[in-house]
Design a protein around this ligand. Structure first.
Ligand SMILES: [Zn+2]
Ligand SMILES: [Zn+2]
Length: 214
């Protein structure tokens, strides 16, 4: 069984997740650390639990989700994985950081590994499945842990809200379709861990999300 630890990082209040299983392997989803204190909090957790990081996974290429990539990569010597269509957002990330006035001093390199729809990521004896959920950004993915009943949705689905669709690559109809066909088809009691804000469940969002309720 996987376990989870979450952090809220950077001026956007972005959720960074460390997912690990009993044999100590872990992945870091969307490291958004923007300051040494945030890096220390993330590294301190990983090191004090003696976890072995396998890779960084980015749900999409927006700067608030990737700005800690280079720090994590150089600290642990691991690679970054993302959907191939997220590439353009990585290329734009430095510019996006400046636009939002974020303290991003390091260039964010392109991911070294691709994750496509349906691919499985092995974390110890546990599994995360890649679910393609575009609409908020090009190449957005969610990560589904079927045994634990969790899904990490990045900025696709939030508690009672959805991701903005006015940034480059955003498309409201596509996002709604992703949520309805790929996320709302998961079991109702699936816990939804979002890129910002509190967690929710698929069943609650089907009933109460004003943007996509069915
Ligand atoms: Zn985003
Ligand atoms: Zn975000």
């Amino acid at each position: 069984m996987l376990q989870i630890n979450s952090f809220v990082f950077n001026p956007f209040g972005e959720n960074t997740y460390v997912i690990y299983d009993e044999n100590k392997e872990c992945v870091i989803i969307d490291p958004g650390c923007s300051a040494a204190s945030e890096e220390n909090a993330l590294f301190g957790f990983i090191d004090s639990h003696q976890l072995k990081p396998l890779m960084v996974i980015n749900t999409h290429g927006h700067v608030d989700h990737i700005m800690g990539n280079e720090a994590v990569k150089s600290h642990y010597g691991i690679k970054v994985a993302a959907h191939p269509e997220a590439k353009n957002d990585f290329i734009r990330s430095k510019q996006q950081a400046m636009m939002f006035g974020l303290p991003m001093t390091v260039e964010c390199n392109l991911p070294e590994m691709e994750l496509n729809d349906g691919e499985l990521v092995q974390v110890g004896d546990s599994t995360l499945e890649v679910v393609f959920t575009p609409g908020h950004a090009r190449g957005s993915i969610s990560l589904y842990a079927p045994v634990e009943g969790w899904v990490f949705t990045g900025d696709a689905l939030f508690c009672r809200s959805i991701g903005r669709t006015d940034l480059p690559g955003g498309n409201f109809d596509e996002l709604r379709e992703s949520i309805r066909s790929r996320l709302f088809t998961l079991p109702d009691d699936t816990e939804v861990y979002c890129g910002h804000g509190e967690s929710t469940t698929i069943g609650e969002e089907k009933d109460f999300n004003p943007y996509v309720a069915v």
